[in-house]
Design a binder for this molecule. Structure first.
Ligand code: ADP
Length: 256
């Protein structure tokens, strides 16, 4: 019920093969309410969203509009009040808690504000930790950790503790950790926060490249409008619904 990436047998080859194809995220008529009676809030009021392998989708919306709530439902961290969340043929809500946790660990990479680095582990050890869950061989874990840190420009910082890194560097370690797992989908909450403009652009370009090369699907919650020029589609959460955004102007801006 979980998708495992096909292992790249040509391990010396720098080229990364496409790991995922087809529709990965399928959200249908999803609602999520919190509380009961008079204090009940209907945060999501009928969400439909389909994301294909290799697609990058942005989610905008004011604070409190339900962006995090939606990411949590897709990432199997929460269950909807009604509706279905299907991840690559698997109805997430029909799984037992154990199977949901397994799917979450293997198939999703999280770049979340509250999923912070462990302060007593080095940058490399923080990445290695998530690679232990799918039981990857130690050599494969080292190889992936090294290449993920290299991708975010932190090769020289692998043995540093989070406390010895700047906020932007810590954010890049968190991004490397999500990439190293090579999950089918990466859910990112403000991935460019704490990064300077140049690094934000470099990071978004990197994610774009990963999406194209590996087929990873990205769902990015952000206030950072530079994100718009990198994504395939964007939505704004308004009154519990997803409103598609027109990206034409930003695509032209990027091309020129
Ligand atoms: P955003 O990420 O867009 O800022 P959230 O998804 O965090 O918005 O929150 C949307 C609304 O849902 C808020 O009004 C918040 O108070 C409410 N909410 C989110 N999670 C819970 C919860 N576990 N219990 C009660 N209310 C919640």
């Amino acid at each position: 019920e979980t998708i495992n990436p096909v292992e790249n047998t040509a391990s010396n080859s720098p080229a990364i093969q496409r790991l995922y194809e087809g529709e990965l995220i399928h959200v249908e008529n999803v609602t999520r309410s919190f509380g009961t009676g008079k204090t009940q809030v209907h945060v999501l009021q009928g969400i439909d969203l389909h994301v294909e392998a290799g697609e990058m989708v942005a989610l905008f919306g004011p604070s409190g509009s339900g962006k995090t709530t939606l990411l949590n439902l897709i990432g199997a961290l929460d269950r909807p009040t009604s509706g279905t969340v299907i991840f690559h043929d698997t109805d997430i809500n029909k799984l037992s808690d154990g199977k949901r946790a397994r799917l979450r660990r293997r198939s999703f990479g999280f770049i979340f504000q509250n999923y912070t680095l462990i302060p007593t582990y080095t940058a490399a050890e923080n990445i290695d930790l998530v690679l232990r869950l799918p039981r990857l061989h130690v050599f494969e874990r080292r190889r992936r950790t090294r290449s993920a840190l290299e991708a975010v420009g932190l090769s020289a910082w692998s043995d540093h503790l989070p406390g010895q890194l700047s906020g932007g560097q810590r954010q890049r370690v968190a991004i490397a950790r999500a990439l190293a797992l090579r999950p089918a989908a990466i859910l990112a909450d403000e991935p460019t926060s704490g990064l300077d403009t140049r690094t934000a652009h470099r990071t978004l370009k990197l994610l774009r490249g990963i999406a194209a090369a590996q087929g990873t699907a990205f769902l990015i919650v952000s206030h950072d409008m530079t994100v718009r020029s990198y994504v395939d589609r964007a939505f704004e959460l308004q009154n519990g619904k997803l409103v598609p955004q027109d990206l034409t102007a930003f695509k032209e801006q990027q091309a020129s």
